[in-house]
Design a protein. Structure first.
Length: 96
């Protein structure tokens, strides 16, 4: 699914114009991006959690040469799905 697909679905399900739907989708993404840039967690009930984690500097090896290199510290984004989403994806409601 692409951003255009999301806009189309918002348009079809809400009755807003396509322009308004595109603005809504863009606002949601901007809000999420800005929140994560500040290092804050995003928790969406029934969906999951987006968390920014800090990775410290560490030693590694260049796989081609075997030379030892330093891997710089960085921030990574992780997503942990909720149990509701996991169950939905795995069809748990069909098995019950």
């Amino acid at each position: 699914m692409t951003k255009a697909d999301l806009v189309e679905n918002v348009y079809l399900k809400t009755g807003f114009s396509k322009k308004e739907s595109a603005e809504i989708v863009e606002m949601v993404f901007d809000l999420m991006k800005n929140t994560l840039e500040r290092g804050e967690k995003i928790k969406i009930a029934g969906f999951g959690n987006f968390v920014v984690k800090d990775k410290s500097t560490r030693r590694g090896r260049n796989p081609q040469t075997g030379d030892e290199i330093e891997i710089c510290s960085r921030r990574i984004l992780t997503f942990k799905p909720s149990q509701v989403l996991k169950s939905s994806i795995n069809g748990a409601e069909d098995n019950g």
